[in-house]
Design a protein around this ligand. Structure first.
Ligand code: SF4
Ligand code: SF4
Length: 276
């Protein structure tokens, strides 16, 4: 039965991708592994592993199209739009700001003159790839688009369709505790929060551990660059949230060399984290 593992962390740059790619690489020596880069605003796992990505599908979102011949300039669509995507003043034609729109449909619902139809726009793409025994998926949100969670949701649909082919699915999330991260962790059986022993790392770990508690996700902590900073601040959080520090990865030149050479990173004992 497939096990889905989320790799997350409140702060950017703590090493989520390092851990996700190293875990995928170690597991793939004996198991079938799918690595999913769900950091759709800044996907980089393919760069770390030297994967040549192929286009898999376009992800679109519906957006309203206004028929100004039918529009009576009533102003209702602007009032109902919670995203401020329509500026609509009674007596004037509505002005639509496409990038603010999430396609909710409220404007069409309230329009009394059937002046709103549906079109679509591209939000981004999903790519696939392969490296040795690792199958790979990644999402790319187009610049200046807001709905990262829609791309992550499309990745989740792909995962659901193919998950039975794998022993492990590793999902590398974005930083933060916002909608795209929550969406990326929807199907995770267990989650590892990657942090570093600094006040900033601890602050953001606090936020992500609080989120994981609310999501009722089984989770433990990985400290990256564990020899730089003060481990005690992470220990205190682990105690507060009743989580284990399950792996510590010291700063290492070999890891930097692996990045540079697009080689899978080897972290001794990384496989122990899935046995806990
Ligand atoms: S679909 Fe929703 S978000 Fe988009 S313009 Fe209409 S009300 Fe606003
Ligand atoms: S609700 Fe319909 S009729 Fe009223 S301003 Fe908007 S598009 Fe025009």
């Amino acid at each position: 039965m497939v096990e889905i593992i989320g790799i997350t962390g409140g702060k950017g740059g703590t090493g989520k991708s390092t851990i996700a790619t190293a875990l995928a690489s170690a597991l793939s020596k004996k198991s079938k592994v799918l690595l999913v880069d769900a950091d759709v605003e800044c996907p980089n796992d393919h760069l770390l592993l030297g994967i040549e990505r192929e286009f898999l599908k376009e992800i679109n979102q519906r957006i309203p199209r206004f028929d100004l011949d039918k529009c009576t300039k009533c102003g209702k669509c602007g009032k109902v739009c919670k995203n401020n995507a329509i500026v609509s003043i009674e007596g004037k034609a509505p002005i639509f700001m496409e990038n603010q729109c999430n396609g909710c449909g409220a404007c069409e619902y309230v329009c009394p003159s059937n002046a709103i139809q549906w079109g679509s726009k591209s939000l981004g793409k999903i790519h696939k790839g392969k490296k040795d025994n690792i199958q790979f998926l990644s999402g790319d949100l187009k610049p200046n688009q807001m709905l990262a969670e829609t791309i992550v949701g499309a990745l989740n649909k792909e995962i659901i369709q193919i998950k039975e082919r794998f022993d492990f699915i590793i999902i590398d999330t974005a930083a933060g505790a916002h909608c795209p991260v929550i969406e990326a962790l929807s199907y995770a059986d267990k989650v590892f929060s990657v942090t570093e022993p600094t006040p900033l790392g601890a602050h953001d770990l606090d936020i992500i551990l609080s989120l994981l508690k609310q999501l009722k996700k089984e989770s433990n902590i990985i400290i990256n660059k564990s020899d730089v900073g003060d481990r005690k601040i992470i220990e205190e959080l682990a105690k507060e949230y009743k989580r284990k520090i399950i792996l510590e990865v010291p700063y290492s030149k070999e890891i930097i060399d692996s990045y540079t050479n697009e080689k899978p990173i080897e972290i001794p004992s990384i496989l122990n984290i899935i046995k806990e």
